[in-house]
Ligand binder design. Structure first.
Ligand code: BV8
Length: 240
């Protein structure tokens, strides 16, 4: 059966990429907005392996502060709308998030890939062991597996390989709909997913407060706040 006929029969596969903008209305800072994290910190000082080697305490302070803030806030209507989509849409729904907060999981999303890691995860730089992060983490915290004092947040820094390619790449190839929500389209490889999915047959949708840097990669754009637009978009998918 040709892919188009096959597609006409099977429920649509939906892949959703989220960025800091979906958590903004919960009260978490984005990166590149005027008051964002990169306005307060240099990437080279807090979000690279070299930064961690040079000054682990400074890097941990940056992530300890964000972990504390993330624990104080709640998922918003956009996170909850994606949980509804996953529960009610008959086809597969995968969320790929660039966010390191745990708001998607706390809202109830299950089919979820944290491609840039998780604030709530700890990683041993020496042996690769992972464990749940304590509220405050320090490089000298001994690894529960090998006792090395090289504890880092389980975060993907610039220059490091994002997580989840073994799930992401096949999902992009099979997607009927690819939606990017709350991301400025500046960080790769995530920023190339829309173009990649479109080339492989997906319809691409952007939901963002302002047109992203890769806005031309999208067939459809909804410009405005995620808590208003994502529930409407989910409604339009479920009631077609
Ligand atoms: C890699 C750590 C090799 C976690 C992050 C030159 C060209 C191309 C690529 C490169 C290049 N030079 C270097 C690179 C590679 C580099 C890169 O892309 N650099 C950029 C700066 C050019 N990428 C990497 O190093 C990646 N690794 O490439 O390895 C490789 C490649 C492929 C396969 C194998 C190996 C690693 C990238 C991950 C780095 N880690 N952070 C953390 O601290 O959180 S990236 C950082 O940016 C965050 O993770 C964040 O998730 C990510 C993206 O930011 P956004 O989520 O988009 O947030 P932003 O503030 O930018 O935008 C928010 C948007 O929301 C805005 O548009 C705003 O309008 C909107 N918004 C705001 N409020 C709302 C809203 N929308 C709706 N409603 C609202 N209320």
């Amino acid at each position: 059966m040709s892919r188009s006929v096959e597609h006409a029969m099977a429920p649509e596969k939906i892949v959703i990429l989220t960025g800091a903008g979906i958590s903004a209305e919960s009260g978490l800072s984005t990166f590149r907005d005027a008051d964002g994290l990169w306005a307060q910190h240099r990437i080279e000082d807090v979000a690279t392996p070299e930064a961690f080697q040079r000054d682990p305490a400074r890097v941990h302070a940056f992530y300890n502060a964000r972990r504390a803030k993330a624990a104080e806030v709640m998922p918003n209507a956009a996170h909850h709308a994606l949980v509804r989509l996953e529960a009610e849409h008959p086809g597969a729904v995968l969320i790929i998030t660039q966010n390191v907060d745990d708001l998607h999981a706390r809202a109830g999303s299950r089919n979820l890939v944290h491609m840039h890691g998780r604030l709530m995860g700890a990683l041993c730089h020496a042996c690769g062991h992972r464990w749940p992060a304590p509220p405050e983490m320090h490089a000298t915290d001994p690894c529960p597996a090998c006792s090395a004092a090289q504890t880092r947040p389980d975060i993907v820094w610039f220059g490091e390989t994002p997580y989840g390619a073994e799930v992401i790449d096949p999902a992009l190839a099979a997607a009927d709909i690819f939606a990017a929500i709350g991301t400025s389209g500046n960080v790769y490889p995530a920023a190339a997913y829309a173009q990649h999915a479109a080339r492989l047959g997906a319809r691409t949708v952007q939901i963002n407060l302002e047109p992203a840097s890769n806005a031309r990669d999208f067939d459809e754009s909804h410009i405005g706040p995620a808590t208003e637009l994502v529930p409407k978009w989910v409604e339009s998918i479920l009631n077609r």
